[in-house]
Design a binder for this molecule. Structure first.
Ligand code: MLC
Ligand code: AMP
Length: 505
């Protein structure tokens, strides 16, 4: 039997094909039948291009129902889907193209010219620009095709998607995520959160990451739930549509913004049965303030690109603030320090094993080996402890990754660019508290020459062509020297303590 993820989702919604699948407020409600048809039209197009199982496609396009159709079409065909953050610059995109060697790149209309140059330079055989409505010529072409209702035969171990996560060395790693990883996680989440065809999910997340693409869409589709599909998290639209929703998924920034919103009152959330948070730490303050307003305990869950969702607070039973809950069925977690598995309530690195864990980094065999233990656990790099009941709490990360509004930022990538600027001798990028985004990067700089500091505008200008905007440090601070230990390693912990409060005011 084929383990194609699309077939598994199809079997989930097939009894309810007349139900609304994607509801785009003010535009159109797409039934499951129509979405299935749309995915078959994209499959037809991809097939017409001669693409075959295992070929890779990069998509850096705007959030739309057609982007979802394209994704599902890729699954149908057994193609490997690689979504890119829409804020990535062309320099960043160049790296991904070189690494992935896609047969097709789908970009947004506005980026066509620049992407075209890069694709030509790097020999990408096909480039298409896709708009967000059926006035667009590419969409018109898709809609005129005969559908191709294929479910390419796939095993659990076949790669369905490659998602990039940045690396500690500054180079991004492509996590190969299989049909089996995704289907097992979708089933686990449907069960854990009791998703059904009676649910309406408010979707305001981007669809180029695990959270918005896999966690939200797969869980909803497998359950034949309706998805209210918003382009992004815009408060008035969210408030208006929450009234019609039963579940919302978001990063902690969503909840902080709702807390601050005066119009977020009982009549807005009275139909909601579940608020879910993840991708970044939900502070106890946010959890409690939200509870005071809504009487809802936000359900916090924990996951990663490489693993999908690992743990979740319970749907029934206590949701304890500051914890990320219990491991999902068939997923094992343990806490390890100095190669020893620790007993309950002791802090170490979280390791995870199960059908959710990815099969490795694309073209990085050595790196993959380093991140797994001999007995097959993936080393997450997150620091945590498990209590006697099995609840996991996280208390940081072993590396210096920053999570800003749910986006991961790796300091090394920024430091390399900063250190290359004339006038900067060395730099350290650290994460500090930020009221809206939870955490944000700032740069601590040492000058080549104290009497001639590089202008902040010039630094910003040097970074802009190379880094997505959310990675650009929110502040630049000059110091005489960086604190180092006896081995000469910069002590970021000291810097974090020193500059902890800098962006709070
Ligand atoms: C936008 N900006 C950010 C930012 N998002 N800066 C820092 N961190 C962020 N997350 C900047 C923009 O560059 C812009 O800069 C300004 O803020 C306003 O941009 P915007 O697009 O209007 O921002 P906004 O819509 O308010 O977006 C904020 C946000 C968004 C929090 C709603 O970032 C978001 O949707 N985040 C979700 C990320 C996510 O899905 N993560 C899941 C990863 S998967 P300027 O200079 O132009 O003003 C994962 C696994 C798991 O982690 O467990 O789920
Ligand atoms: P990504 O690589 O984008 O998938 O991000 C994964 C990382 O996000 C994890 O390794 C954690 O550090 C972090 N993360 C995800 N969910 C949570 C959560 N609920 N609480 C704290 N951190 C989280």
């Amino acid at each position: 039997m084929s383990k194609n993820l699309y077939k598994i989702l199809f079997d989930g919604f097939n009894q309810d094909t007349d139900k609304v699948c994607i509801n785009i407020p003010g535009q159109k409600k797409w039934s499951y039948k129509e979405i299935d048809h749309l995915s078959a039209l994209f499959a037809s197009y991809l097939n017409g291009l001669g693409l075959k199982k295992g070929d890779r496609i990069i998509c850096q396009n705007d959030k739309s129902v057609f982007a979802v159709g394209l994704y599902l079409g890729c699954l149908r065909m057994g193609l490997i889907y690689t979504p890119l953050n829409t804020s990535y610059t062309m320099k960043e995109v160049e790296y991904f193209i070189n690494n992935i060697e896609p047969k097709l790149f789908v970009c947004s209309l506005e980026n066509y010219e620049e992407v075209n140059q890069v694709c030509k330079m790097l020999g990408v055989p096909n480039l298409r620009a896709m708009g967000v409505n059926n006035e667009d010529s590419f969409i018109k072409e898709i809609l005129s095709l005969n559908p191709y209702h294929i479910f390419e035969s796939c095993s659990d171990n076949d790669t369905a998607a490659i998602l990039f996560t940045s690396g500690t060395t500054g180079r991004s790693k492509g996590a190969m995520i299989t049909h089996g990883n995704l289907s097992s996680n979708a089933r686990a989440l449907k069960e854990a959160w009791s998703f059904s065809s009676h649910d309406t999910l408010l979707h305001a997340l981007p669809i180029f990451h695990v959270h918005g693409l896999f966690v939200a869409l797969h869980t909803a589709f497998l359950s034949a739930s309706e998805v209210i599909f918003l382009e992004k998290f815009i408060i008035p639209e969210v408030i208006y549509n929450l009234k019609k929703s039963s579940v919302m998924m978001g990063v902690p920034t969503f909840y902080n913004r709702l807390i601050d919103e005066k119009s977020f009152t009982e009549k807005i959330f009275k139909r909601i049965r579940l608020f879910i948070s993840g991708s970044a730490p939900l502070t106890e303050k946010t959890f409690n303030e939200f509870k005071n307003i809504t009487k809802h305990s936000i359900l916090e869950r924990y996951g990663m690109t490489e693993t999908g969702m690992i743990t979740s607070n319970p749907l029934h039973g206590d949701r304890v603030e500051g914890t990320v809950g219990f491991s999902l069925p068939n997923i094992e977690i343990r806490i390890v320090k100095d190669c020893k598995v620790l007993p309950t309530n002791e802090k170490g690195i979280v390791q995870v094993r199960g059908p959710n864990v990815f099969k490795g980094y694309w073209k990085m065999k050595e790196k993959t080996k380093q991140e797994f233990t001999e007995d097959g656990f993936f080393i997450t790099g997150d620091i945590g402890q498990i209590d006697k009941d099995g609840r996991l709490s996280l208390s940081g990360r072993s590396g210096d990754m920053i999570i800003s509004g749910g986006f991961n930022i790796y300091p090394k990538e920024i430091e390399i660019l900063l250190n290359a600027i004339d006038g900067i001798k060395e730099s350290a990028v650290i994460g500090v508290k930020h009221i809206d985004f939870g955490e944000c990067p700032i740069a601590i700089l040492v000058a080549d020459n104290d009497n001639n500091l590089v202008d902040e505008k010039d630094i910003n200008a040097s970074l802009h062509g190379f880094l997505a905007k959310y990675k650009i440090p929110k502040s630049f601070i000059w110091v005489e020297f960086l604190p180092v230990n006896a081995m000469g390693k910069v002590q970021k912990k000291d810097l974090r303590i020193k500059f902890e409060e800098i962006l709070l005011t």
